[in-house]
Design a protein around this ligand. Sequence first.
Ligand SMILES: *Cc1c(COP(=O)(O)O)cnc(C)c1O
Length: 362
Amino acid sequence: MLPLVKTSIPPREILMPMLERVLYSGYVAQGEVVDEFEKKFAEYIGGGYTLSLNSGTAALHIALILAGVKEGDEVISTALTAEPTNVAIKMVGAKIRWADVDYETGNISPDSIERVINSKTKAIIVVDYAGVPVDVKKITEISEKYQIPVIEDAAHALGSKYKNKRAGNHFPFTVYSFQAIKHLTTIDGGALQVLDKDLYEKGKIIRWFGLDKKLTRMDNNIQIQGYKYHMNNVNASIGITQLAEIENLIQVYIDNGKFFDEQLKNVKNVELLNYYRDTEPSYWLYTLKVENRAGFIKMMTENGVMASELHKRNDLHAYLNDFPSELPNLDRFYNKMVHIPCGWWITKEDRERIVTLVKQGW
Ligand SMILES: *Cc1c(COP(=O)(O)O)cnc(C)c1O
């Protein structure tokens, strides 16, 4: 079966010497290897400051704290995402206010965001779902008009671009996950890209118990709540070897995604997404809308290709559904959407076969 997601680990000859050196170096905690990973990651993103962390969820949590979200506040979010996006909002004691999605992309709808903004709204979380960038232009306009910070959850979208710049350059906070099945894995890990230097410095303190690592323990005087969210040298060493090949790896996702965009146009019972102007997806999954989804999934599965909706819409979790809302576009999108694999393990023959299967119908 061609899986929908698959872990990519660098070849033994490249990874093992580096990993072994770090493991037996006597220093496996957060140290210079982490600094090196952060430096290289920031270079890859091309702007902002990188706060490496032990998960993407930690990145979301710190972003919400840095955005000033407190207990009783509201955060606007989307229900079409992995659960961590919304669980993190509850970690700061805030309530989740749903915005609807845009039927063309499945991403949060700027118009819907604007409709649910109120005096309690303290942040907006947007998700580049399945690797498709959000409507950066319109969301930025709304953020500026109402002076509400945006957190971009780019856990699916490492390497995606808007106006030729990678995710990480567009909003004050951008979240990445290096969990097992993401584009880049450090086994577990994450990063928060912060555009403002002072907020980045504050983030460093929050990720380490509220302690300032530049000072001795005795000279420290904790002022704010911190956590144990840092990355360690072992995970960072895996990250460094992954980064060396990341452009090539993501390019395979993109080539396969573009191939499907081209080949699945005008196929009966298939609707393709309509990406926003000036955006380039990094196609973590390939998303399409189909009639009779159950039939589609059955046909693909019988032919050895995994197809699935993957995520449960988050408003179906009672704990996350703070304000039950009518989300008509999500209803329509969620009924038809399905993901098919398009990652680094999909060969040219595989993708041809997938296209043939879809064209044959179900
Ligand atoms: C994976 C993921 C996260 C969380 O990342 P972890 O590293 O697993 O904590 C957050 N948001 C989305 C959309 C994800 O897919």
